[in-house]
Design a protein around this ligand. Structure first.
Ligand SMILES: [Zn+2]
Length: 339
């Protein structure tokens, strides 16, 4: 557990905490790193530390800390993709949204000391939005701090990147995640399993501990990953159609499914190279070992690559149907002679 009582990424968080303590936080940050490793949680802690009225900011118990934690503090604002009842209303964070940010940070803080604007995911700002934001970044008001959260810094304009202090977040060791879960009241044996399944992402582990349906969704995704390999081409294409329709309604669950598939086939690859003890899906070890004998190593490796690429394509807004069709057709087929 680090200074800010977050799980993992101790170096990154301790450096942030020190900057706040010394009164030298940057005006704008990029928090870079994989999904669900704690970037957004650290951004909230930073906002709390900058506005805390208690001892040892962030105290997490004063009015400001509590309300920021609940997302109810007027001076702390997260900019994200606007959604309508039908799912995402836009593919990008728009120029208009960034103009609203510019207007709001020009005002003095309403109830705290600092206005904190968290842009998440910042890589989904359109180029126009980034350019509109640039003016604010170049001359930030003295009472404003910006945090750009991204798993993909390459999608940020160089002009934006160069004006931010970058903080890198990484995957977190399983034992650190397990300890963090126990600290949050999860039973030790359950914490150990969730920590392994989380594959380095404490955010997933915390949510899975709170919401059992996440584990059910994972089980379904893994069953689907296995089933796909046994399907005819026609059935695979139907499956791609269903995924594409789901993706158009809401992106996150489809990305989560592909992430589970990726985790599954990565485990098969590990088992095939004799590293069964390193697999993430520890509760399904027997099935991983079984599948390791049923598929060609080259096919598995190619599909792992295809899964990575497809998740990236979908982030880049390529036509989801085309990308998913291409993906399912590349799923390994059971080797001749294997059961
Ligand atoms: Zn506080």
């Amino acid at each position: 557990m680090n200074t800010w009582r977050l799980i993992g990424n101790t170096r990154a968080v301790d450096a942030l905490a020190a900057a706040v303590r010394d009164g030298s936080p940057a005006r704008s940050y990029i928090f870079a790193g994989p999904e669900r490793v704690g970037k957004a949680a650290a951004a909230v802690r930073l906002a709390q530390a900058l506005n805390c009225t208690g001892d040892g900011p962030p105290c997490l118990s004063c009015e400001a800390c509590r309300r920021i934690g609940e997302g109810k503090f007027a001076d702390v604002h997260t900019v994200t993709i606007e959604t309508s009842g039908e799912g995402p209303a836009h593919k990008n964070i728009s120029v208009e949204q960034m103009r609203d940010v510019e207007a709001s940070v020009a005002l003095s803080p309403y109830e705290g000391r600092m206005r904190v604007v968290i842009i998440d995911p910042a890589d989904l700002m359109s180029d126009g939005a980034q350019n509109a934001f640039l003016k604010t970044l170049e001359e930030p008001p003295p009472h404003a701090v910006f945090v750009l959260i991204t798993a993909d810094t390459d999608r940020l304009l160089e002009t934006v990147r160069s004006r931010c202090r970058r903080v890198d977040f990484g995957l977190v060791a399983a034992d650190e995640i397990a300890a963090g879960l126990v600290e949050r009241g999860v039973a030790a044996d359950q914490a150990a399993v969730l920590a392994r399944l989380a594959a380095g992402r404490p955010g997933w582990a915390i949510e899975a501990a709170e919401r059992p349906e996440l584990l059910e969704r994972r089980a379904e995704a893994l069953d689907a990953a296995r089933a796909l390999a046994g399907m005819s081409m026609a059935d695979r294409v139907d499956r791609a159609g269903a995924l594409s329709d789901a993706f158009k309604r809401e992106r996150a669950p489809v990305d989560e499914t592909l992430e589970q598939w990726l985790g599954w086939w990565r485990d098969i690859m590990l088992a095939q190279s004799g590293a069964i003890d390193a697999i993430a899906n520890v509760d399904r070890r027997d099935e991983v070992e079984e599948d390791a004998t049923r598929f060609d190593r080259a096919d598995v490796a190619a599909f792992v690559e295809a899964l990575r690429d497809t998740r990236q394509y979908l982030r880049e807004n390529v036509q989801s149907r085309i990308a998913l069709d291409a993906l399912v057709l590349r799923a390994p087929r059971v080797r001749a002679g294997a059961r």
